[in-house]
Design a protein around this ligand. Sequence first.
Ligand code: SF4
Length: 343
Amino acid sequence: MDNNLFGKNLNDITAICKRVKIGKGTAKELFRYIYRKGESDFSKMDLLSEKARGILSENFQITTTSFIDVQTSVDGTKKYLFKYGDNKFVETAYIPEADRATLCISCQMGCKMGCSFCFTAKQGFQCDLSVAEIINQLHSIPERSKVTNIVFMGMGEPFDNIENIFAAIDILSDHNGYSLAQTRITVSTIGIILGMKRLLETTACKLAISLHNPISEERRSIMPVEKVHTIENIKGFLQTLAKKDQQRVFFEYIVFNNLNHSDNHVQQLANILHGLACKINLIKYNTAPDSEFTSPTDDIIEAFQKKLINRGIVTTYRRSRGEDIFAACGLLSTKSKINKPLK
Ligand code: SF4
């Protein structure tokens, strides 16, 4: 049996308390101590009975994992590196802004999806992260209490680790957990319909779909997943949603220099978005070492944005953060894995 209580949801903890006969009422308080108060020492859990504290200390522990490295950008973005096993590294980015602080967390070590522009893909797939390893990325950073928003946009495809993602969302949003409103949690997917449907039906979280190119053959050339989860299927699914749910969805669109910002791309995006209440969020590609892709200028992106807006598409442009500390997803952990010195 796994004796680490960190990562267990309220149902698991309730079942454990029942099994070791320390009362159902203890479970909620214990859950609150672990996540909301961040207490890992049972002897300091004053609101639990002495008997409960004794039984818990004898049989269980609350184990979290500290980060092993952090890099801070000139713009305040921080990139944390966690080591969860032998040669297994996970990245988490903390992005402070004037009115919010967003934590970008990872859900897998490596990724199976093989997007050609992504450093995580170059690692191949190593394993899914457990619920504990997912929420530890929030729990074990000094800015934990400052985080207002969570985005599952780090390493991995969230809906390829679907049960752990939903369990993590439960703990993150539970009032006795980290108490983050689900409307402030965004899950980013390459377009796995089953996961998107479940997210929209069972949570209030937002959904981001990585599109990056509206032309199927071109998308397939940078995202092999287009062979299975096609733009057409994604659009078909979005058309079945009520307008209020469509408004919870946005497309992420990384702009690569000379690749996906032509007038034809504007036209094809307008075709996809026609009749949908979804938005597009443009992201500038961050130039990375050894990459075949290059960054467009801000002028190029702004011109592209203007053309989309002129077609009636709500289009935002999220300026890249932390460029000076290798914000490209997967780059930091890839460097660690191959034992190159961190910048
Ligand atoms: S971009 Fe996302 S889905 Fe694609 S390989 Fe990278 S982590 Fe996986």
